[in-house]
Design a protein around this ligand. Structure first.
Ligand SMILES: [Zn+2]
Length: 214
């Protein structure tokens, strides 16, 4: 049986992290999270670590060849029967084409691209309601608990994430429009795109994704 390979796309604040981890469990997929792999690399003891750390801190894109190298390092160790799910990749149309080529070459021709569609307006609303505990890093939404001021676990005062300020949110949304919408259109033309309405409860959205995949 050919394995299932998934590329997961969605705006920041669309709930894609939650949906992705549920999907990963349900289909026993190995996650390839470019951001996480880069952060690990930045912590390593090698001459490149500092440079990568700097690029990440400044919020700049690391070069495509480096991301491809990280994908390959993970993929080469996995048996073909084991499906994978990509998080944080591709970040550009160019990367999308390279990833497609790589998956085909590696014998992972069966892949689906899931686009979790939550409109901009709704994403801005959700992000403005998101709070985080600076101690345990748990996330909460004031949508469900409007009076929540402190973390129920630690008792520490909740804060807004540093990157949830209006300017940073606008930047992430314009990046999505400029770089990810072309990726979505590209895969749509290829007939491998599954668009999922991301508005609803976590369970509802997860059901929609599973139904579309089965
Ligand atoms: Zn806490």
């Amino acid at each position: 049986m050919k394995s299932l390979n998934i590329i997961f796309l969605g705006r920041s604040g669309s709930g894609k992290g939650t949906q992705l981890s549920l999907l990963k469990k349900a289909y026993h997929l190995v996650e390839i999270d470019s951001g996480e792999l880069l952060r690990l690399l930045a912590k390593g003891k090698h001459p490149l670590a500092r440079k990568i750390d700097q690029v990440l801190k400044e919020g700049e894109l690391v070069p495509t060849w480096l991301v491809v190298y990280l994908w390959f390092q993970k993929l080469m160790k996995l048996p073909l029967e084991r499906g994978v799910i990509f998080e944080g990749s591709p970040r550009t149309l160019n990367e999308a084409k390279i990833l497609e080529e790589a998956l085909n070459w590696l014998g992972r021709q069966k892949f689906q691209v899931i686009y979790l569609n939550v409109p901009e307006k709704e994403v801005i609303r959700r992000l403005s309601l998101r709070r985080i505990c600076p101690k345990c890093l748990r996330e909460y939404s004031l949508e469900f608990k409007p009076d929540l001021k402190t973390c129920p676990v630690c008792g520490v005062k909740l804060i807004r994430r540093e990157d949830d300020n209006p300017k940073a949110i606008r930047n992430r949304l314009s990046y999505f429009k400029k770089d990810i919408i072309p990726v979505i259109n590209y895969f749509k033309k290829k007939g491998v795109l599954i668009e999922i309405d991301g508005v609803g409860s976590v369970e509802e959205v997860q059901q929609r994704i599973r139904k579309a995949l089965d």
